[in-house]
Design a protein around this ligand. Sequence first.
Ligand SMILES: CC(C)(COP(=O)(O)OP(=O)(O)OC[C@H]1O[C@@H](n2cnc3c(N)ncnc32)[C@H](O)[C@@H]1OP(=O)(O)O)[C@@H](O)C(=O)NCCC(=O)NCCSC(=O)C[C@H](O)C(=O)O
Ligand SMILES: [Mg+2]
Length: 272
Amino acid sequence: MLLRHARSLLFLPASNARAIAKVRTLPCDLVILDLEDAVPDERKEDARTGALEALAEGFGNRLTALRINVEGTPWHGVEMIAAKQSAADYVVLPKVESPKQVKDVFSVTQKPVIAMIESARGVLAAPEIAAGEGAAALFMGTNDLRQDIGIPAIAGRDGLAMALQAVILAARAAGIAVFDGVFNRLDDEAGFEAECVAGHALGFDGKTLIHPSQVPVANQVFGPDAQALADARRLIEAATGGAERFEGRMIESMHVEAAKALVARAEAVGQG
Ligand SMILES: CC(C)(COP(=O)(O)OP(=O)(O)OC[C@H]1O[C@@H](n2cnc3c(N)ncnc32)[C@H](O)[C@@H]1OP(=O)(O)O)[C@@H](O)C(=O)NCCC(=O)NCCSC(=O)C[C@H](O)C(=O)O
Ligand SMILES: [Mg+2]
């Protein structure tokens, strides 16, 4: 699967063996083994060893990533070496504020880097980060971003709107994928689904997740809906080129391209 087709991107602490076993049973598209905030300092070393073993064992046909700690922490250097030696498909780099951070990690690990945008500085530098060497995708880090901007944890996402859109535009201008931040309220199913729908409508490719219960909803919201897929197939079949009428609306070549992209996404995620 291509990264841009991923709908559900599940974080888990690399120190949690039960979660590692569990994720192998889940229909998530990308597994992210975390060495950063989900792992206490005294467990970083164990987590690193556990991550390398788990990645070597593999996660079936799921894409894999290792989130390392940022430069300036005691773990950054050793985790870059571990990432290079690992079987992870991607490195996730948190708290990115410049393209140089991504380039430096890419040059050591030789793995495509998913840059997390988690601060006002990061948002303002997102166009350069997304276009920079080694950047494969952007993740929103909305917990840290709220804190950096000063948005109360209990407030909704209105205060994040400009940042979310700026990051999506930066990713699109650079031609890379972009994924929404995590939803913390584990028991608020309706709130989670509403945030997935809103993120999908903004243009995110998928959503980063923290719990198994969130995977099916993200897959459903970010996966092609059956009606849209049927519509896309009819449109591709009917189109003859240029502007024309299709089922009461005007279509042109960009609509055919969009329909083909939807069919490709459906096939990639096994919904074709
Ligand atoms: C949030 C949790 C700590 C909740 O844990 P808990 O209450 O123990 O979960 P459950 O009892 O409901 O778990 C049920 C079973 O599911 C497994 N499980 C739980 N979470 C995961 C997971 N993420 N991946 C795989 N499997 C998981 C449990 O092991 C149970 O199975 P079993 O053992 O067989 O009974 C916990 O969900 C958790 O740790 N989540 C991930 C936290 C994390 O990785 N955080 C870092 C990423 S968030 C982020 O990046 C923020 C960002 O930086 C920002 O700034 O916004
Ligand atoms: Mg964060």
